[in-house]
Design a protein around this ligand. Structure first.
Ligand SMILES: *C/C=C(C)/C=C\C=C(C)\C=C\C1=C(C)CCCC1(C)C
Ligand SMILES: *[C@@H]1O[C@H](CO)[C@@H](O)[C@H](O)[C@H]1NC(C)=O
Ligand SMILES: *[C@@H]1O[C@H](CO)[C@@H](O)[C@H](O)[C@H]1NC(C)=O
Length: 340
């Protein structure tokens, strides 16, 4: 046996030594040294501390500037909102658990943490799908009506929430389940057991097909077209920049999530084999850093958004003097929206 199973946990360590304890009741310091848990606590604290202001600032600037009312920035609003939900609602649970070395809040906390993490991340993933399709349409018909594109994106936002719910809700209703993973201080879905009574196998297959392979395929089909739009002088500079930003957001997302997704799939398809709990936790906590990459990519790579940020930070005065078309929209009220 490579593992110890309980009714609501699966620990990747044999209980031959008699050390293994339920992660809902006892610290898991036999899985890793206490300093590893301290490190995870500090890391989560860092993500919360940086993630909230950076996402909030990006969200406020994007909402406040009228010249940012183009489809891609609608999606930026949707994705930063999803990030904020994950950071504010689910990260404090993870940090608290890492601080104590086990899931202090029991199954309720685990469900809460798992649900909001999966939900938020799925919103970002499906937003990127909708965005890729929208970019693809623009590349086919550059003159396409902006009102049509806006309606498409608004429907796409609704679609992203719907798809996210269809991935995050089932484990709460006994189609699979949320379960502590790795060092037992964060929760993911159950890759570890087949559990026929909760149809676990079918859920994991469904999740990886519908919520990973299909979005990945759609994005890949559009990706070549997106790359062609970057630096293509046949289309307007703004559309080139939007495609460039989309490409970077897609790369950021998959860099964050591919290690975790492949590890999860590996565990699922090799039921019962030994794996390192620390490696599992590393990929999962690395994936959590994806809440930072959307605003950071926007700030570092998108000139238009960065200029609007500077205007907001300068309390509405435009230091570029006319380089950004619509500076009237950034009156003094937008300055007060910037966090101190
Ligand atoms: C820290 C908590 C984590 C990483 C919780 C769980 C995450 C999942 C069950 C993720 C599933 C997936 C998503 C959201 C998007 C990429 C593919 C995926 C199926 C691995
Ligand atoms: C592991 O073994 C010890 C000693 O036999 C026992 O007290 C403990 O409950 C076991 N752990 C689990 C999770 O079953
Ligand atoms: C334990 O893990 C090893 C290596 O991953 C594997 O070969 C073995 O079959 C596993 N044992 C059980 C009982 O699954």
């Amino acid at each position: 046996m490579n593992s110890t199973e309980g009714p609501d946990f699966y620990i990747p360590m044999s209980n031959a030594t008699g050390l293994v304890r339920s992660p809902h009741e006892y610290p898991q310091y036999y899985l890793a040294e206490p300093w590893v848990f301290s490190f995870l606590t500090i890391y989560m604290f860092f993500l919360i501390l940086v993630g909230i202001p950076v996402n909030l600032f990006t969200l406020c600037v994007t909402v406040l500037h009228k010249n940012l009312r183009t489809p891609i920035y609608y999606m930026v609003v949707n994705m930063t909102m999803a990030d904020l939900i994950v950071i504010v609602v689910s990260f404090p649970f993870t940090m608290h658990a890492a601080m104590h070395g086990y899931f202090v809040r029991g199954m309720v906390g685990c469900n809460f943490e798992g649900f909001f993490t999966v939900h938020g991340i799925q919103i970002s993933l499906w937003s990127l799908v909708v965005l890729s399709v929208e970019r693809f349409m623009v590349s086919c018909r550059p003159g396409i009506d902006i009102r049509f594109r806006r309606r498409f994106i608004v429907k796409g936002i609704g679609f992203s929430w719907l798809m996210a719910f269809s991935c995050s809700l089932p484990p709460l209703f006994e189609w699979s389940r949320y379960i502590p993973e790795g060092l037992q201080c964060s929760c993911g879905v159950d890759y570890y057991t087949l559990k026929p009574d909760i149809y676990n196998e079918s859920f994991i297959n469904y999740m990886f097909t519908v919520h990973f392979i299909i979005p990945l395929t759609v994005i890949s089909l559009c990706f070549g077209r997106l790359l062609c739009m970057v630096n293509n002088d046949a289309i307007s500079k703004n559309e080139q920049d939007a495609s460039c930003l989309t490409v970077l957001l897609i790369l950021g997302f998959f860099i964050c999530w591919l290690p975790y997704a492949s590890f999860g799939w590996h565990i699922f398809s090799n039921q019962g084999s030994a794996f390192s709990p620390i490696a599992m936790t590393l990929t999962s906590f690395f994936a959590k850093s994806s809440v930072l990459f959307i605003p950071l990519i926007c700030i570092c790579m998108d000139k238009q958004l960065r200029q609007c940020m500077v205007i907001t930070l300068c309390l509405g005065k435009n230091p570029f003097e006319g380089k950004v078309g619509d500076s009237k929209t950034s009156d003094s009220s937008s300055g007060s929206a910037a966090p101190a």
